[in-house]
Design a protein. Structure first.
Lengths: 307, 421, 277
C-alpha cells in the first residue's frame, strides 16, 4: 500500500495525480456506496434509533409517535434472566463451535488441496454439499438422525452405547445443534481455505522439502503463516455467522428444552414476534457489540505481521 | 482514526436529531380506523386483493370464481402465503403500507394487527356464528373482522385399544380420563397413556383444563393465572407426568403426534379437526374405524379453546366495498357449507352445521358440540407473549423442576410485568 | 502439504479416513433422496426405515404438474444471477479501491463496511421493507435483488484477496501510463479468479436459499422464489407434507451442487492462471 503513495513523490503533478486518484477511487465505490446507503445504512440507523424508544407493534403505522426512553430497553434487557441466559448459550455455541469448525475445515482443505483428479473433486463436492441445503429440509432429516430411536442412536447401539434423547435432553440439545452447525458450515470454510492454499507458492513448499522439513514442520512454519489472511477471513466469517446462531435452534428445538438452546438471535426473533420492536432492536445491538468485539479481537490476534 | 470518529459523531447526531424532532406519543390516541359504515346492497366491482395462508390460499382462487360470476365487474386476486412466515409478512406489509384489500387472519393474531383492520359494516350480520368465534373478532371494543372457519380441540382416542383396556365409552370426567390413560398403558400395551401438550404452544393447548375448571385468564384488569382453580387444573395436568402416563420428553415435531397415535404408542391426544385428514393420510384405509373423537371430559364444565381464522379488510384498502361484499359472501351459510366440502374447514356459521354433509358425520358432530361453549383467546395484544411464558413454565413443571404452585406463581409475575397491553 | 508427495501408505490412509468421513457426512442426503420418493405415511413410520417400500414419483410430479415449479425456478435463477453479477463487479471495484488506491475517506469506508457486516440481519428487516415500499419497488425483481446487489461481505472478501497481489505488478502498469480503470480491468481482475469463484458461490447460495426477504418483498405468487414456494406448499399450520418437502429440497439443492461441480473444476484450472506464485 505504501507503494501507491510513492508513485507521486514530486511536487505539483503528484498532488494533481492524488486528486485524480481520489475521484477515480470514489467512482469505483459509487455503486456500492449508493446501494449501501439506501438499503443498509438507512434501515440500520432507523433500527438503532428504534432501540431508544418504546416502539411496539401498535406503533407500526405511526412510527414517529413513540416515546424516547433512553437506555430503558437496554437496562430492561440486562435484567431479563432469559436474555442473560441467551448470552451464555450463544457464548458456548461460539467458543465450542468455531474452533471445531475451523479445525475440520482446515484439515479437509489441506488433504484436498492438491491433485486435480476426479477423486479429489468428488471429495470436495461431497464435503461442501451440506452448505447448499436449505435449513428446512436439513431439519427434517436431522430430526430422524437425532430422535431417540434414530440413526445416531442405532449406530451407537452397535458399539454398546445407549444414546440420550438428543434434542429433548437439556444437556445434550446444544451439543447436538453444534454438531449440526459444524456439518453445515465446514464446507464454506473449506472452500475459502482451499482458495487461500492456492495462493501458497509451490516453490516455498519445495524449498522447505529440500531443507528436510517434515510435513508437520512445513505446515506450522510455512503454510499456516502464509495462510494467515485467509484464516482471518474464515474466522471473521464464521464467527459473524455463529454469533447470530438462530436457524438450528429455530427449526430443531425452538430454543428448548428449558431454554438450553435459546440464543441471542432467537431471543431477538421472539421479541420481534411479540411486537416488542424497541426491546428487540436493543437486543440486536447488544449482539452487534459482541460480534464487533470478537471480530476486533480476531483482527488483533491474526493480523499478519509481515504486511 | 480521526475520520472514523468524526463519522461516528455525525451518525450519532443524525440519530439524536431524529429522536428529538420526530418522536413523542401524542396524548389522544392516534387516528384509528374509520367508523363503521353500512354496506347496503349492490354488486361488487373492481379488483380485490386477498392474502390467505397455506391450503386456504391454494384453494381460494378456484373457489371465488362463483363470486366473480355473481359479480361480473369484480376480479379477485388471491395470493397464497406460507404459514411459516405469515406473521412476519403481515408485520412488514403493515409497516410499509403495502397491505392487500383483505386477508385471512388467524384468530390469535387479531390483536397483534388489530389497529390496521377496518371496522365491520353495521349491516353485516354476525349473530349466527359460534359465540367464541365472534368473540375473537373483537379488538378494543369494536368488530375488526368476521369469523370464517373455526377450530377447537377435542379428545381423540383409539377405540380398538380402548376396548382392549376395557373402555367402550369415552371418558366423561377428568378422573375417568386419568383412569383410561392408565388402563391404556397397563392393559392395552400402549407405551404412554395420553399425549399431553408439550413444546411450542403447549400453554394454549393446555388451556382446556383451567377453562373446564371454572378459571378465567383475566379478570378484566389483570391476568389471573395462579388462582386456586388454575393451580388445581395444572396439578391435574402434572399428574399425567408424575404418574408416568405422559412422556415429558415427547417428540414435538410436526407429524409425531399422529405417527405415535397410528402406531398405538400413544393412543390418546387432544387436538383440532385438522387431525382427521392427517390420520386418514397416515393410517390408510380403514383407520377411521379404529379411532373416535369425543367431547372433552368434564370437571366443572367441558370447555375447550376456540381457534380458527377470521376475514379482515384492511383500513388502507382502496376497495373496501367490494372486499366486504366478498367477506359477506364467504360468511353466508350456503357458501360456508360448500367451503367445508372444498377445504374441510369447519364452518363458523352455526346454520351451516344443519347441512347433512356436516350433521351426518358423528365424529364431526363432536366438534359442533364442543364449539358451542368454546372460549376465544383473550383479546389482549400481549397474549402471545404471556402464552410463550406459559410454555416455558409448563416445561419446568413437566420436567419436575418446579412445583405447579411455584410455576404458576412465576408465570403470574411475568404476566403482571408484561401487562394486559 | 500436497497428498501426492506423501508416502503411498500415508496417502492410502488419508483417503481411507476421508472416504469413511464422507460417507457419514452424506447420510442425511441419502435419507433425503430416499424420503423424496416415499409417502407421508412411510416417512413418519416408527421406527424409521431406510428403503422406500412403494417408491412413488408423486411428490416430484406434484411440483411440476400442479405447483408451477418452473415459475419459481426461473424467479430464483434470475434473482440469483443478477445478485451474483452485481456482487462480482461492484464488490471487486470497491475491494480494489480499498486495497490498492489511496484516497481520503478510505479508512472510514472500510470501517463502516466492517461494522455493517456484523449487524444481525433481523434488526434491519422492517425498516428495509419500509424503504423498499417508499421507493415503490414492492413486488418487482429489483426489490428482490437491489438490497443484496453489493454486500459488505463481498467487499471484505475481495479486499482481502487483492491486498495479496504484489504492488510491483500494479506499479509496472502505472509506469506504462495505465489509468486505475485499466489496471483494475487488465491487471487485477485476471488475477482474481479464485476469490471471484468463492464470492460467486457464496452469493449465489445466499440468494438461492434466501427465504424471508423474497416472501416479504414479493406480493404475488408470480414473484415467489423456490424457498418461498417450498415453504408454502409443504408446511401448513399444523401439519407438514414431508414427501413434498423432501422432493422440493432435492430439486432446490441439485442446481447448486451442479454449479459447484462446474466451478470446482475452474478452481483447479485457476491455480495455473492466477499468477499468484
Amino acid at each position: 500500500m505504501a507503494s501507491s503513495r510513492k508513485a507521486g513523490a514530486s511536487g505539483a503533478p503528484a498532488s494533481r495525480r492524488r486528486r485524480r486518484q481520489a475521484i477515480v477511487a470514489w467512482g469505483f465505490c459509487l455503486p456500492f456506496v449508493a446501494v449501501f446507503t439506501v438499503f443498509m445504512l438507512g434501515p440500520l440507523l432507523g433500527s438503532f434509533a428504534m432501540s431508544f424508544t418504546d416502539f411496539t407493534a401498535r406503533d407500526i403505522r405511526t412510527p414517529f409517535a413513540v416515546n424516547v426512553v433512553g437506555i430503558d430497553q437496554y437496562s430492561a434487557l440486562l435484567s431479563d434472566p432469559r436474555f442473560l441466559r441467551s448470552l451464555g448459550v450463544t457464548a458456548v455455541f461460539v467458543v465450542v463451535g468455531i474452533p471445531i469448525t475451523m479445525l475440520v475445515a482446515l484439515a479437509l482443505a489441506l488433504a484436498l488441496n492438491s491433485g486435480g483428479g476426479r477423486l479429489v473433486a468428488i471429495f470436495r463436492v461431497g464435503f461442501y454439499a451440506p452448505v447448499v441445503t436449505s435449513i428446512v429440509a436439513v431439519a427434517v432429516v436431522w430430526r430422524y438422525i437425532l430422535q431417540p430411536d434414530g440413526l445416531l442412536n442405532q449406530a451407537l447401539a452397535l458399539v454398546g452405547i445407549q444414546g440420550p434423547n438428543w434434542l429433548q435432553d437439556p444437556s445434550w440439545a446444544l451439543p447436538s445443534l453444534i454438531l449440526m452447525a459444524v456439518w453445515r458450515n465446514v464446507g464454506t470454510l473449506m472452500v475459502i481455505f482451499l482458495a487461500g492454499l492456492q495462493a501458497v507458492p509451490e516453490d516455498v513448499q519445495e524449498a522447505a522439502v529440500m531443507d528436510g522439513a517434515g510435513p508437520l514442520r512445513r505446515l506450522v512454519s510455512v503454510t499456516l503463516p502464509l495462510l494467515r489472511p485467509t484464516l482471518l477471513l474464515g474466522a471473521v466469517l464464521i464467527s459473524v455467522g455463529y454469533l447470530q446462531f438462530f436457524e438450528e435452534a429455530f427449526v430443531m428445538t425452538r430454543g428448548g428444552p428449558l431454554d438450553s438452546t435459546l440464543s441471542v438471535a432467537y431471543y431477538t426473533y421472539q421479541q420481534f414476534g411479540f411486537g416488542q420492536y424497541g426491546l428487540a432492536s436493543a437486543a440486536s445491538y447488544v449482539l452487534f457489540l459482541a460480534i464487533a468485539l470478537v471480530s476486533l479481537l480476531q483482527f488483533r490476534l491474526l493480523r499478519s505481521q509481515d504486511s | 482514526m480521526r475520520r472514523t470518529r468524526r463519522l461516528a459523531a455525525a451518525a450519532a447526531l443524525v440519530v439524536a436529531s431524529l429522536l428529538m424532532t420526530g418522536c413523542g406519543r401524542s396524548d389522544e390516541s392516534a387516528a384509528g380506523p374509520a367508523e363503521a359504515t353500512a354496506l347496503g346492497s349492490g354488486k361488487a366491482s373492481g379488483t380485490v386483493t386477498l392474502w390467505a395462508m397455506g391450503t386456504e390460499g391454494e384453494l381460494l382462487p378456484e373457489f371465488v370464481k362463483t363470486f366473480e360470476q355473481e359479480n361480473p365487474g369484480v376480479d379477485v386476486e388471491v395470493t397464497a402465503i406460507p404459514w411459516d412466515a405469515a406473521h412476519n409478512k403481515f408485520q412488514t406489509a403493515i409497516a410499509g403500507g403495502q397491505t392487500p384489500d383483505m386477508a385471512m387472519m388467524g384468530s390469535t393474531w387479531m390483536t397483534d394487527f388489530g389497529s390496521a383492520f377496518a371496522t365491520v359494516p353495521t349491516d353485516l350480520d354476525t349473530s349466527g356464528f359460534f359465540p367464541g368465534a365472534v368473540q375473537s373478532t373483537q379488538v378494543n371494543g369494536r368488530a375488526a373482522g368476521v369469523p370464517w372457519y373455526v377450530d377447537t380441540r377435542v379428545l381423540y382416542y383409539r377405540t380398538d385399544l380402548a376396548a382392549a383396556a376395557g373402555w367402550t365409552k369415552p371418558p366423561a370426567t377428568w378422573d375417568e380420563l386419568h383412569q383410561m390413560a392408565s388402563d391404556m398403558k397397563s392393559k392395552a400395551g400402549a407405551e404412554w397413556g395420553i399425549r399431553m401438550p408439550a413444546g411450542n404452544d403447549s400453554y394454549q393447548g393446555s388451556l382446556w383444563m383451567p377453562l373446564s375448571n371454572g378459571a378465567t385468564l383475566t379478570d378484566g384488569s389483570k391476568w389471573t393465572l395462579d388462582t386456586p382453580q388454575q393451580v388445581e387444573a395444572y396439578e391435574y395436568y402434572n399428574s399425567f407426568f408424575t404418574d408416568k402416563l405422559s412422556n415429558p420428553d415427547t417428540d414435538i415435531s410436526p407429524g409425531a403426534a399422529e405417527a405415535d397415535f397410528v402406531s398405538g404408542a400413544t393412543p390418546m391426544f387432544i387436538e383440532g379437526p385438522f387431525m382427521r385428514s392427517q390420520l386418514a393420510k397416515l393410517g390408510g384405509e380403514g383407520f377411521d374405524q379404529k379411532y373416535a373423537s369425543a367431547v372433552l371430559p368434564t370437571k366443572v364444565s367441558s370447555t375447550s379453546f376456540s381457534g380458527g381464522a377470521n376475514l379482515v379488510v384492511f383500513d388502507q384498502s382502496k376497495n373496501k366495498d367490494a372486499a366486504w361484499r366478498l367477506v359477506q359472501w364467504l360468511s353466508d351459510p350456503k357458501t360456508q357449507v360448500s367451503w367445508y366440502q372444498t377445504s374441510t374447514d369447519l364452518p363458523a356459521s352455526q346454520q351451516a352445521w344443519q347441512d347433512p354433509s356436516l350433521s351426518g358425520d358423528a365424529n364431526l358432530a363432536v366438534f359442533g358440540e364442543q364449539l358451542k361453549t368454546a372460549v376465544a383467546p383473550p383479546a389482549n395484544p400481549t397474549w402471545t407473549q404471556v402464552a410463550a411464558a406459559g410454555d416455558t413454565e409448563l416445561e419446568k413443571i413437566r420436567r419436575g423442576q418446579e412445583s405447579v404452585q411455584d410455576g404458576l406463581k412465576a408465570l403470574q409475575q411475568q404476566a403482571d410485568a408484561i401487562g394486559l397491553g | 502439504m500436497s497428498v501426492t508427495r506423501r508416502r503411498p501408505s500415508a496417502k492410502v490412509l488419508t483417503y481411507a479416513v476421508l472416504t469413511v468421513g464422507l460417507a457419514a457426512w452424506l447420510v442425511p442426503f441419502a435419507w433425503m433422496a430416499l424420503g423424496s420418493v416415499k409417502t407421508q405415511g412411510e416417512i413418519l413410520q416408527r421406527p424409521p426405515t431406510w428403503w422406500p417400500e412403494n417408491p412413488t414419483g408423486a411428490n416430484f410430479a406434484a411440483w411440476f404438474d400442479r405447483l408451477g415449479f418452473t415459475t419459481y425456478f426461473t424467479n430464483s435463477l434470475v434473482v440469483a444471477a443478477a445478485t451474483v453479477l452485481g456482487n462480482l463487479v461492484f464488490c471487486s471495484m470497491v475491494g480494489y479501491a480499498l486495497a490498492k488506491v489511496d484516497f481520503p475517506g478510505k479508512r472510514a469506508l472500510f470501517v463502516v463496511v466492517m461494522v455493517t457486516l456484523m449487524v444481525p440481519g433481523v434488526v434491519t428487516f422492517v425498516p428495509l421493507f419500509v424503504m423498499v415500499s417508499k421507493l415503490g419497488l414492492v413486488n418487482t425483481y429489483a426489490a428482490l435483488v437491489l438490497p443484496f446487489v453489493t454486500t459488505p461481505l463481498g467487499v471484505f472478501l475481495m479486499r482481502q484477496f487483492i491486498l495479496g497481489i504484489p504492488d510491483s505488478l500494479l506499479e509496472a502498469a502505472r509506469i506504462d501510463g495505465a489509468g486505475e480503470l485499466r489496471i483494475f480491468a487488465r491487471v487485477v481482475m485476471p488475477l482474481c479468479g479464485p476469490p471471484l469463484a468463492t464470492l460467486g458461490i457464496l452469493t449465489f447460495l445466499s440468494s438461492w436459499n434466501n427465504f424471508l426477504w423474497p416472501l416479504v418483498a414479493a406480493q404475488s405468487e408470480s414473484r415467489y422464489t423456490l424457498p418461498v414456494a417450498l415453504s408454502l406448499y409443504s408446511t401448513g399450520q399444523n401439519a407438514t407434507d414431508y414427501g413434498l418437502l423432501l422432493a422440493g429440497s432435492v430439486l432446490v439443492i441439485t442446481p447448486i451442487l451442479l454449479l459447484f461441480v462446474a466451478l470446482q473444476r475452474y478452481f483447479i484450472r485457476g491455480v495455473a492462471t492466477t499468477g499468484l506464485k
